[in-house]
Design a binder for this molecule. Structure first.
Ligand SMILES: [Zn+2]
Length: 439
């Protein structure tokens, strides 16, 4: 009997502990109000469930019913004839006809099967309806009657969105102001229909208001704002030609987020390196997430705090170096290139001497690191060997052969590191790069 009581007491104590732990976890993850209802960051750090809970961020793989150019998942790779667009009087499988009743019924079925009508609390979702990724626009009889032209598919696409929005008032439907749907519709859209506007025209620099790109972007936002209150911005937070070299984008991003907020933008999607490793991504994802809640965030102080907490042995060294890069971008107002070569990175913010000194000091300091810090530094140093190799390639010299061989060996270590296979977005496989330069 006594034994049973003891067991019960222990059981109750455990229950209490579980309760306390979950309560603590919930409290820890309570976030203040954010000016943005959608806070998407497409980065490897933000792909981790615990990070999204902790940072209060979203991810396109988990927070959208249908994302991007993925209508083929609904209508199939070989859609019904009525879903195929008519271009120059002929059927063209490269584009869809958005006046198609068949497409509408397939979408309705897909939404009901996967997400229901969204009436149950927490079950509503965001669904993106976009043409295929090209400039073709359907000019069949129905699409012409809707208002389509050979270059403008907005009328038929927004008609489809209106129908779906009416059928599913609890879900949200988005298109993008891009290619054939760049032009805003002539009529106001329902409250649950929104648009993604790309910020690609806005130059990636801290001061951008005196530029043609700024005026183009502002014009686009203004046109769409007259038709919908649900504007999301699609922005970019990586050099897509080089994920592994430093990309000091935080002060630039802060100015952009402040602008988007002033414009009444409701959601942000920051397109980063997806699942591929990017140097400093752990810190940058943390700071970007915080910025989405606090637009006036003290970036310098937060960077220092992050590194002090997460890199006890090497944090000061990394923070000091990284902050130099941010300050250079801030003071020079240089553009940080989104598809930049090493030459462009060097011309903008990456001082070769300061970088090589930093890498060497980090290598020494990393020997004292332990546990999670040691593992993170293994990634960072492997990635930075790519940067160093790229710098050597700018001025090839016989004197550098030994160093080059060492760096190549170091970069080969990427094979043991999960998520580090590519150094950029397309045709940028690290192994292919090594084969190319290792001769
Ligand atoms: Zn059509």
């Amino acid at each position: 009997m006594k034994k049973k009581t003891t067991f019960k007491a222990i059981y109750n104590f455990c229950l209490c502990l579980i309760g306390l732990t979950s309560c603590y976890a919930q409290n820890k993850n309570v976030h203040p109000a954010s000016p943005f209802e959608f806070r998407g960051i497409y980065s490897p750090t933000n792909a981790l469930d615990n990070i999204r809970d902790q940072y209060g961020t979203h991810h396109v793989d988990y927070d959208w019913g249908l994302w991007g150019h993925n209508l083929h998942k609904v209508v199939g790779e070989n859609p019904d004839e009525s879903i195929v667009a008519t271009i120059d009087g002929k059927k063209d499988k490269d584009q869809y006809c958005f006046s198609s009743d068949k497409m509408y019924s397939q979408l309705v079925e897909y939404i009901i099967d996967n997400f229901g009508d969204g009436e149950t609390p927490g079950s509503s979702t965001r669904i993106s309806i976009m043409p295929r990724d090209n400039k073709k626009s359907c000019t069949c009889k129905q699409c012409i009657a809707a208002g389509n032209t050979a270059t403008n598919a907005t009328p038929a696409v927004t008609n489809m969105l209106r129908k779906l929005a009416k059928r599913f008032p609890k879900h949200q439907f988005f298109t993008s102001a891009y290619h054939s749907t760049r032009m805003a519709p002539t009529e106001k859209l329902p409250a649950n229909v929104g648009v993604f506007i790309s910020a690609i025209d806005l130059p990636m620099r801290v001061t951008f208001t005196e530029t043609k790109g700024y005026r183009t972007f502002m014009g686009l936002v203004k046109e769409w704002k007259e038709k919908t209150d649900l504007i999301y911005v699609w922005d970019y937070s990586r050099n897509f030609s080089d994920y592994l070299s430093p990309f000091p984008c935080l002060k630039v991003m802060q100015r952009r987020l402040q602008l988007f907020n002033r414009l009444g933008v409701k959601g942000i999607f920051l397109n980063g390196s997806g699942d591929d490793y990017a140097t400093f991504d752990d810190m940058q994802t943390c700071i970007l997430a915080k910025m989405m809640y606090d637009l006036a965030l003290d970036v310098d102080a937060e960077i220092q705090k992050y590194y002090k907490t997460n890199y006890p042995e090497t944090g000061k060294l990394i923070a000091d170096y990284y902050l130099q890069l941010e300050h250079r971008v801030d003071e020079s107002n240089h553009i940080i290139p989104l598809y930049g070569s090493m030459e462009e990175e060097v011309a903008s913010y990456l001082n070769v001497k300061a970088f090589t000194e930093f890498r060497s000091r980090l290598e020494d300091a990393s020997k004292k690191a332990t546990g999670a810090e040691k593992e993170k530094l293994r990634y960072m140093l492997t990635a930075l060997s790519f940067t160093h190799l790229q710098m050597l390639a700018m001025k090839p010299s016989d004197d550098n052969q030994q160093l080059k061989a060492q760096l190549i060996e170091q970069l080969k270590g990427h094979k043991q590191l999960k998520g580090m296979n590519n150094y950029g977005e397309t045709d940028a496989v690290i192994d292919t790069y090594i084969q190319k330069i290792d001769n």
